[in-house]
Design a protein around this ligand. Structure first.
Ligand SMILES: [Mg+2]
Length: 255
């Protein structure tokens, strides 16, 4: 990964910013600081205002592990495109695939209820996102123990879920569900945009970072050495600097 705020990387960003480009962002840890309670995460005023300004001249997508319903409730800025549940809830998703995902999650929840007898282990929370489930263990005293306990619970579920790990969270998705990369590719292939700038912060964004598609300009929040993103910014608050650069260059754009 290369530092985004270096002269060479910035030239690439600036030229894309003037082009027919979709600006796509993860939410938690990217546009907003991660909070101990996910429900406390919010856009700060500066980021919100910059996104509003950018949205006047460019398409914006927010792609999150949260459900679309949760995103609508949490966001104070509403972008052109919202994709939830790690790509599963996308504009291309059929009603039948969503209903199928909902049924699968309901089944897992009942199985987990039986396993746990109603009480998740201390420090572990189970979130029902309708089309996926998520085990959060940020508040567990012993996170390694929590991860083992969750893995044990998941191993007993049928049908076996696809697991997406993130920061102190393990997401359970129905097998075959679209991921963030597939959802973005669908979107891009049906649009008149030539490129995507995608910013994310977590293992759940690696599907996008792993794409070997020249139309994708990928940026990771944090310089994780094993990430496949092309560029990195050091910390979440650097997102405002990135947005300012993009906005300045959009003003010089013909699109
Ligand atoms: Mg994130």
């Amino acid at each position: 990964m290369k530092a985004l705020f270096s002269p060479h990387s910035l030239r690439h960003l600036q030229s894309l910013a003037r082009n027919r480009t979709l600006f796509a962002f993860d939410f938690d840890g990217t546009l907003a600081q991660i909070r101990r309670r996910p429900s406390d995460a919010r856009l700060n005023r500066t980021t919100e205002s910059l996104l509003r300004t950018l949205s006047k001249s460019a398409p914006i997508a927010i792609i999150s592990g949260r459900s679309v319903k949760d995103l609508r409730k949490t966001l104070t800025f509403h972008p052109d495109i919202l994709i939830g549940s790690h790509g599963l809830e996308s504009p291309q998703a059929s009603q039948s695939s969503l209903q199928c995902a909902r049924r699968t999650c309901k089944g897992w929840k009942q199985q987990l209820k039986r396993q746990l007898k109603g009480f998740p282990p201390c420090g572990i929370e189970l979130e029902d996102k309708s089309y996926s489930l998520a085990f959060h263990y940020r508040r567990a005293r012993n996170r390694r123990w929590a991860r083992c306990r969750i893995s044990d619970l998941i191993s007993q579920l049928t049908p076996a879920p696809k697991q997406i790990t993130g920061k102190c969270v393990i997401n359970l998705m129905p097998a075959g569900a679209l991921n963030k990369a597939e959802a973005l590719l669908h979107l891009l292939n049906r649009s008149r945009w030539n490129a995507v700038i995608y910013v994310g912060d977590d293992d759940t964004d690696e599907d996008v970072f792993n794409l070997r598609d020249k139309r994708f300009f990928t940026v990771r929040v944090g310089a994780g050495s094993s990430s496949q993103a092309k560029y990195f910014i050091r910390k979440q608050s650097d997102i405002d600097r990135l947005l300012r650069i993009v906005i300045t260059n959009r003003k010089q754009s013909v699109y």
